[in-house]
Unconditional design. Sequence first.
Length: 75
Amino acid sequence: MSLRMLGKDPESRNGDSPTIYLDEHKDTYLVQGWKVEETERLEQLQLPGHETVVEIPRRMVQFFLEMQGEPRADV
């Protein structure tokens, strides 16, 4: 598996979450974030049983543009 870490939340107190990865083999993103558990919010999303959702701060969108800046280390 070829995961490349694109970035961690620069304002994370512990420096360990949320994080965005690129799976270069599948050409998909993996997002580590805060688990959304509020029923009212989840009902608005109409998620199928086999899916889930996590939340990340807006400031992390910059990491989806992985071609900007220096390459990150592989995981």
